[in-house]
Design a protein around this ligand. Sequence first.
Ligand code: GAP
Length: 524
Amino acid sequence: MRGPEAARIFAAPMSQPNEIPLMEKIVSLCKRRGFIFQSSEIYGGINGFWDYGPLGAELRKNIRDCWWNDMVRRRDDIVGLESSIIMHPKVWEASGHVAGFNDPMVDCKVSKQRFRADQLFFAPIVVDEKIVSYVSALESEKTAEELQEKAETFKRKKAIQGKLAAVQPRDFTEAREDEIPLIPSPATGEPGSLTPPRAFNMMLQTYVGALRDDSAVAYLRPETAQGMFADFKAILDTGRVKIPFGIAQVGKSFRNEITPRNFIFRSREFEQMEMEYFISDEEDWAKWHRYWIDWCREWLISAGIPAAQLSEYNHPKEKLSHYSKGTTDLMFAFPFGVQELWGIAARGNFDLLQHAKFSGVPLEYFDDANKRRYVPHVIEPAVGVDRIMLAILCSAYCEDELADEKGKMETRVVLRFAPRIAPIKVAVFPLLKNKPELVEKAKAVRELLRPHMNSFYDDAGGIGRRYRRQDEIGTPFCVTIDFETLGEKGPELKDTVTLRYRDDARQERVKIGDLVGILLPQVQ
Ligand code: GAP
């Protein structure tokens, strides 16, 4: 859910002084190793759009596949859907997006920059209980500290005597009319250039067909959810579902975000995994709401996100949309602050009623047992693939100390992905690349594993370096073919290999014939 996240950003974890901030390290690793690239980088990039390289594409596929298997295939009560990205424009009138999918925007008339009003913070500078000026800063992990420093600098430069009060940050949506001309623009540092906030609709518009007039306007969907409501009747008519049941979908969504930021956290093109769970209008919605919050939390933990980095945020009743009975966000402690990861909303029967009204087609369920017709209510867990990917990258990133081949301790970077999420499950190495027997055997082992899991063959450089390269991209297992494998150190070791575990660098000898049986249960 958009909106009142700002108050919580001040609880952000902070990096140590002189240390490269964690986010910078993650962004650099993602680019270097082929997880994430800026879209159209050779043309200077385009803000809010990202490309996923070879490892990023694998990681995302694993996230989607795990979610789809757990949400759809392993359950009897949920079916899948792939609806189109461009839908009838009336869908977005019915859903309320045309009229109300807005973010508050502020312009700086001097710099021509635009800001989201709820991400622009300001505070009065109060000396001896009197307001002497204002300071402003854009939302960051250190917004409060930045505002305090700016207030202190102002007081010192102007040689103002008296006691400076601690700043009380507010966001620009809360600025009074008389305060707006006094608040400095974060772009220029000078007051007087910021406009009052105004609504900015975030739907990306296009034209369908040969005409370029109002009749041809269409929208790239800002959420996948409306496909599930618009196809509700079609799915009911297939006869495959009985209440309670869900419709799940994974697909791209588009929002013309005013300020895309924090790497892939908030982009203009992103991918959602949403599920609409339809329940009886007489059912206890709070029970199902709780059920889905717990389900989502457990799913995140199974995807490798530590429980300690997750928390819940209940939207205050007065800030809920008029149709919502309750919304809870699962929050994740990102390096830039505790932020929404997964929203679980109890939406009542608002969406089905709206689509019935705008389309003229009744969207009801007939309860055969009780001979009763009604409009079902819905619980909606909605999450972004990109946001889960970022949370997984942030929680998996780790630097530890490990001895190299000569016993010297060195720092290694390791992504501790859950094996079922890791892009590459197992890497296979010949100990030496100039021994054809080792190379041939290693390639044969790789072919043995290939049908069962994503595997990788590497013979370049020392074995220690090869392990480190796999640690850095989160490969949970490495298999090395050595002279023991060839039977040169005794017949009892013939056709055994070294299996090395990423997290503790432990090594054990296992038979080639046992490899699939050992690895498969751990990576599925
Ligand atoms: N159908 C409800 C809905 O779309 P939302 O809270 O706006 O609700 C759901 O979005 C989830 O989609 C968010 O929790 C987040 O994980 C992801 N998401 C939303 N906007 C995003 C953006 N601009 N970039 C990346 N992910 C986004």
